[in-house]
Design a protein around this ligand. Structure first.
Ligand code: NDP
Ligand code: 2IT
Length: 444
């Protein structure tokens, strides 16, 4: 049994109830096999065992009262996975599905993603099973204040810097930051994704979606191709999906379908993003109402059907395991040529294998959605420098980060004999920096 396989076997034994964490770990560990053969010092120093075990897991009670005075207890999590490259950095997710497995899978992915950005950030992730959907602003505020009442003691601008993820947007970051500031008496860059009026960075809102398109644009450019005239399907209708769709449209593509967790819209004329933004960002409503407002658009209940919409480019931007093997085969049959993961681990292993086998250009999450956290790191730089960069400056830096990621994952894949396999390229390029940082810092 190889080193990677024996570490994986041990992880499975130790974490039997963490399927998402094991799924992420398996993909990473197995793709690192050629690297581990070339670097025997990693095994000698137990780098993989350390790399897959979070430095710290914080689990806490979050009591809060709803508008009718009823008391609820949710669980809060923060997994401080790796500080090898920099302070822990990664989002908070508020969704009923959040458990330790989800937070650990996201944390492990975040370590490699953050390394790939080339910026000095380690990896962490957190969240809660709390569901902000259907709650009043006052309820969300009370929950965020309670959550921060415990979390604040574990975070700081040079220790751990949380941000948003599913269910955590500008409203939640505002409430979390307000409570953090009250508890510590400090106005620092301890959370990113802050509003522009209190230290946030321009472009952070758009960054993950724009970054996804910048990476894809580069992958297309080197193949003599581009977005103009292409048909695109984007799953999700949240922060990542909306701004990926916006940039794709700006580059001349037609986005014909999107979904939220109830169902998908198909608009052959190209989705009207102003309507989607109004429904999701202003009203916090359901996408089903899009078809009532836009002539010629269709709404279909249920999500999976979106992958049967023919397209050149598919961008899964909602959640983990939303694109399975069957859906991948349907997309391939219908002529898809490029797939870019805006969400974290949205494609199942069977789906990813089908894309790789068919020669589809497949850009995996830890490279493709790194623009969000990269821009968070730019927000951190502006906070500590007490500076404020223009939209154009941040956007140019984001673009440079994404182009650099493309070069690194492409070169790493080729160097280890897997040209064009960006899953392997992203895992290898991300890992090498983390492993070397760990070796340099001794047994800690
Ligand atoms: P949001 O909460 O803004 O949006 C999530 C969207 O996905 C919503 O439209 C939601 O539908 C939909 N969705 C959520 N869960 C499901 C589900 N189980 N089935 C179908 N649709 C679902 O989150 P983000 O856009 O911020 O995050 C989306 C993905 O991108 C996540 O995987 C996240 O980890 C990843 N990501 C986010 C980054 C960021 O900066 N925000 C950075 C990098 C990655 P509904 O409206 O019905 O809830
Ligand atoms: O998955 C992710 O990279 C994020 N949710 C963004 C994290 C961040 O710190 O900006």
């Amino acid at each position: 049994m190889s080193y990677a396989e024996s570490v994986l076997a041990r992880l499975k034994e130790q974490n039997p109830h963490e399927p998402e964490f094991l799924q992420a770990a398996e993909e990473i560990l197995l793709s690192l096999r050629p690297v581990l053969l070339a670097h025997p010092e990693y095994e000698k120093n137990a780098i993989l065992e350390r790399f897959t075990e979070p430095e710290r897991v914080i689990l806490f009670r979050v009591p809060w009262a709803d508008d009718r005075g009823r008391i609820h207890i949710d669980r809060g999590y923060r997994v401080q996975f790796s500080s090898a490259v920099g302070p822990y950095k990664g989002g908070l997710r508020f969704h009923p599905s959040v458990d330790l497995s989800i937070v650990k899978f996201l944390g492990l992915e975040q370590v490699l993603k953050n390394s790939l950005t080339g910026l000095p950030i380690g990896g962490g992730k957190g969240g809660s099973s709390f569901d902000p959907k259907g709650k009043s602003d006052a309820e969300v505020m009370r929950f965020c204040q309670s959550f921060m009442t415990e979390l604040y003691r574990h975070i700081g601008p040079d220790t751990d810097v949380p941000a948003g993820d599913i269910g955590v947007g500008s409203r939640e970051i505002g409430y979390l930051f307000g409570m953090y500031k009250r508890l510590t008496g400090e106005h620092t860059g301890t959370l990113t994704g802050r509003g522009l009026s209190y230290g946030g960075s321009l472009v952070r809102t758009e960054a993950t979606g724009y970054g996804l398109i910048y990476l894809m644009e580069e992958a297309m450019r080197v193949r003599g191709d581009g977005f103009a005239g292409k048909t695109v399907v984007v799953s999700g209708a949240g922060n990542v999906a909306i701004y990926a769709a916006e940039k794709a449209q700006e580059l001349g593509a037609r986005v014909v379908a999107m979904y939220d967790s109830d169902g998908y819209i198909y608009d052959k004329n190209g989705v009207d993003l102003d309507v989607v933004k109004h429904i999701k960002e202003v009203e916090r409503g359901r996408l089903s109402t899009y078809a009532e407002r836009v002539r010629g658009a269709e709404y279909h209940a249920g999500c999976r059907g979106i992958w049967s919409v023919p397209c050149d480019i598919a961008l899964p931007c909602a959640t983990q395991n939303e694109l399975d093997g069957e859906s991948a085969k349907t997309l391939i049959r219908n002529g898809v040529r490029y797939v870019g993961e805006g969400a974290n681990m949205p494609t199942t292993p069977e789906g990813a294998e089908a894309f790789l086998k068919s020669g589809i250009v497949f850009l995996p999450a830890k490279a493709a959605n790194a623009g969000g956290v990269a821009t968070s790191a730019l927000e951190m730089a502006q906070s500590s420098g007490r500076l404020y960069w223009s939209f154009e400056e941040v956007d140019a830096r984001l673009k440079a980060v994404m182009h650099n990621i493309y070069r690194r994952i492409d070169e790493a894949a080729s160097e280890y004999g897997m040209a064009g396999n960006y899953i392997a390229g992203a895992n290898i390029a991300g890992f090498l920096k983390v492993a070397d940082a760990m070796l340099a810092q001794g047994l800690v």
